[in-house]
Ligand binder design. Structure first.
Ligand SMILES: *Cc1c(COP(=O)(O)O)cnc(C)c1O
Length: 360
């Protein structure tokens, strides 16, 4: 791997090296066709095969049953904040949201344009340093659905156990999809922007239970209706071909690595290395409460903003990139998604110890 540094960026984020080199080759000449993947018709046999294989691999890796549709959409995860209530909240209906960070807040703001929104729980007063447990909130019986964010990318918190409810369960899994095993059957809809843990920016995966496709009010525009895309296998209009293709390569890589279960184990090991370093130091302080800690994003602080700036500067000089924390909480953040190598976490921890010795 020539010239590669350790990329701790929260998203777009690091991708497997073999995926990047394959994509680089295929951009110029795909399957020895003499044309590049991004020059081909989305209706060509070659591209349709790419799209079908990508969906099949996702279904296999996530054990998605046949009564769910898998959609590859544009507009980023943020477009789903509006599309979900547009499609699933009828006029005058209500929904329940759990507010655990910036991304749930943005989703709540959009949903309020379409219906009555009950925020049943918020950890905002605690700077979103934890997620709720079952029993910490009540879901309004009138609600159509319960919405939550499974991993809070900015604050480094993650639901260990998903909320249980007899309502349609909806989750934004943008920053932890494919990082751990879970049963999708209690869910009505799960979505994720690809650029954190699944591929490049440009495609958002939506997994929706088939019966929910029929609920969309008549005045919702064609492109914003899930059924439009479900009926045409995400090819109602030109899909984000390149992004879908790279997601496909990432899924192949994931299968080769042993699938989601093997990835989950590796993610636990990687996060433990960093959390142990934080816990065994009086110099570094984690943001998230222990029982809400994310395996994907690990925000932490140093004793002063000056030391944080110095830390990031020296880390960058040593080839650790993307460690600056989100502006909303400052400090540092290490994002260690599936494709981030364990050896990079070990090297960061060694750097942290050295920095503490010199500055503590
Ligand atoms: C990054 C992120 C988003 C926003 O994604 P876009 O594709 O930029 O709209 C939404 N939710 C979560 C959990 C994220 O991490």
């Amino acid at each position: 791997m020539p010239d590669r540094i350790y990329n701790f960026s929260a998203g777009p984020a690091t991708l497997p090296y073999e995926v990047l080199t394959q994509a680089a080759k295929d951009i110029v000449n795909f399957n020895d066709k003499g044309i590049g993947l991004i020059e081909m018709s989305h209706r060509s046999k070659d591209f349709v095969a790419v799209a079908e294989q990508t969906e099949a691999d996702l279904r296999e890796l996530m054990k998605i049953p046949a009564n769910y549709k898998v959609l590859f959409l544009q507009g980023g995860a943020s477009t789903q904040f509006a599309m979900i209530p547009m499609n699933l909240l009828g006029n005058g209906k209500s929904a329940t949201y759990l507010n655990t960070g910036t991304w749930s807040k943005n989703a709540i703001k959009e949903a309020k344009l379409f219906g009555e929104i009950e925020v049943a729980y918020s950890s905002e007063d605690a700077k979103f340093n934890h997620v709720p447990k079952d029993g910490d909130y009540k879901v309004d019986p009138k609600s159509e659905y319960l919405y939550f964010v499974s991993n809070n990318t900015i604050y480094g918190t993650q639901f260990k156990n998903f909320p249980k409810s007899d309502k349609i369960l909806i989750a934004d899994m943008s920053s932890d999809i494919l990082s751990r095993e879970f049963d999708i059957t209690p869910f009505g809809l799960v979505f994720a922007g690809a650029q954190k843990n699944m591929g490049p920016a440009g495609v958002t995966v939506v997994i929706i239970r088939e019966d929910l496709l029929e609920r969309t009010p008549a005045n919702v525009p064609t492109m914003f209706r899930y059924k439009t895309h479900a009926d045409k296998d995400s090819m109602f209009n030109t899909p984000p071909c390149f992004s879908i293709y790279v997601v496909g390569l990432v899924l192949k890589w994931l299968k080769k690595m042993g699938g989601v279960a093997a990835m989950e184990k590796l993610n636990q090991e990687k996060a433990a290395i960093l959390y142990n370093a934080i816990d065994n130091s009086n110099f570094y302080r984690g943001h998230a409460q222990t029982d809400s800690r994310s395996l994907m994003n690990i925000p932490f602080n140093l004793p002063t903003p000056e030391l944080e700036a110095k830390f990031i500067k020296e880390a960058t000089a040593q080839g650790f990139d993307g460690l600056k924390g989100h502006r909303s909480i400052g400090g540092c953040r290490a994002s260690i998604y599936n494709a981030f190598p364990k050896e990079g976490v070990e090297k960061l921890v060694a750097f942290m110890a050295e920095f503490e010795k010199n500055n503590g």
